[in-house]
Ligand binder design. Structure first.
Ligand SMILES: Cc1ncc(COP(=O)(O)O)c(C=O)c1O
Length: 407
């Protein structure tokens, strides 16, 4: 049996939505993007969403919007995909990495220790679709002692008057924390709609605005839309209307808008997200949970507790008391059965670009421990129960083979 890791969900509704876009005569940013932004607002209960062409470009845009620049610091967990820190580097600022908790979320006590008068932003990451402790993080940035050390330089920083919290919610659309949807747990949330994500536009992302009262979210939405289009005061759709040719460039924006042809895929998916796609993901996750809970040598991911519910983006299984080398051998053996698995993530300090900048994995022991024992299993709506059972057997058999061969 061949089981791919994460094929996109493409049904007849997705195909029809894409075809209707092609036939409409308009394929770049226009009505489909607007409709997707409205659907994201509906799903998450946020008032404003800006669609962009990736999480990464969305993060660069938000950091630039906030005036993050050389000399500034942005606190990020060491355990994430490198885009989280690269977005910071692209703005000329320094990513300050901190360690994580055993459940993959950022360690708030480590954030507290890392805050300096150069800290402009904190970016928690909802690994696998499991939300961070946002109450603790929001409390931290609103504490009078933190506000006192905050050194606002840009207009937006002065307007906020404290450290900005941007949730890296690349994985967490549909997850909940204390009854609230991911999207309105912090000042700004960014989702990824990359091909492997719970909702995809092939490549894409969405910025959800939930800024405090000192901001007018409607005005910031309009400003960010301009930011996605070179700072141009008219989008191509408006310009294409009769008599609409004249435009101005108001500032040096980016060019990171989402095209309608991409939005069409996500639009068809988001309409059936809660009632179908998320339900099917949960079915797969619970079936894994039932199987692996029979064996004490597996550490199961948390899917739900009193305050949080995952959106089942990844199924991050860990193996107790195993070395990185043996974990790699298990992956090699599983791969031979036709099952594609993955590891989320190689902690950033283990990657060349960050090693070259002086980050050391020894400073992040929990990140290393989680990485060295982790295997991400396939999880997506199309996966049948039979396929899930086949994957379970492949993992168990491979584990036993590797352990016995080393005894
Ligand atoms: C945690 C995390 N943040 C950011 C990104 C970047 O997303 P994108 O590929 O949409 O730029 C990813 C992509 O996989 C991710 O996993």
């Amino acid at each position: 049996m061949k089981v791919p890791f994460s094929p996109p969900f493409i049904d007849q509704d997705v195909i029809n939505e894409v075809l209707s876009t092609l036939e409409s005569g308009w394929i770049t940013s226009g009505p489909k993007v607007k409709a997707l932004e409205e659907e994201v607002c509906k799903l998450t209960s946020v008032s404003h969403t800006v669609c962009v062409n990736s999480w990464t470009s969305g993060a660069i845009l938000v950091l630039k919007w906030f005036g993050v620049k050389e000399g500034d610091e942005v606190i990020v967990p060491a355990y994430t995909y490198s885009a989280t820190a690269l977005a910071v580097i692209h703005c000329g600022a320094t990513p300050v990495m901190v360690d994580i908790n055993e459940d993959f979320t950022v360690d708030t006590s480590k954030i507290e220790q890392a805050i300096t008068n150069k800290t402009k932003v904190i970016m928690p990451v909802d690994i696998a679709g499991w939300p961070c402790d946002y109450d603790a993080i929001n409390e931290l940035v609103n504490a009078p002692s933190r506000i006192k050390v905050f050194n606002p330089e840009s207009e937006k920083q002065k307007q906020l008057g404290r450290i900005l919290v941007i949730s890296d919610a690349a994985h967490s659309i549909g997850a909940t924390y204390k009854g609230l949807q991911s999207g309105n747990l912090t000042d700004i949330t960014i989702f990824s709609f990359h091909a492997v994500k719970n909702i995809t536009t092939a490549e894409g992302g969405a910025i959800c605005l939930n800024l405090p009262e000192s901001f007018n979210n409607d005005e910031e939405y309009k400003l960010m839309k301009l930011f996605t289009l070179n700072g141009q005061n008219k989008d191509a759709f408006t310009k294409s209307q009769a008599g609409g040719w004249k435009y101005d460039i108001l500032f040096a924006g980016l060019k990171v808008n989402m095209p309608d042809i991409c939005a069409a895929i996500g639009l068809a998916q988001i309409r059936k997200y809660n009632d179908l796609l998320l339900v099917e993901r949960e079915r797969v996750a619970r079936r894994y949970q039932n199987f692996f809970s029979q064996y004490s040598f597996f550490q199961l991911p948390i899917l739900e507790d009193k305050e949080r519910k995952s959106c089942f983006h990844l199924y991050a299984l860990r193996i107790n008391s195993i070395s990185e080398e043996k974990r790699d051998l298990i992956i090699e053996s599983v791969t031979k059965t036709g099952v594609s698995v993955n590891v989320h993530f190689i902690p950033m300090p283990m990657l060349t670009v960050f090693k070259d900048r002086g980050y050391k994995i020894e400073d992040f022991p929990i990140a290393y421990d989680n990485y060295s024992r982790e295997i991400s299993l396939p999880i997506y709506p199309q996966l049948t129960d039979d396929e899930v059972d086949y994957i379970c057997t492949a993992i168990l058999t491979s584990y036993k083979k590797v352990i016995q061969s080393n005894d």
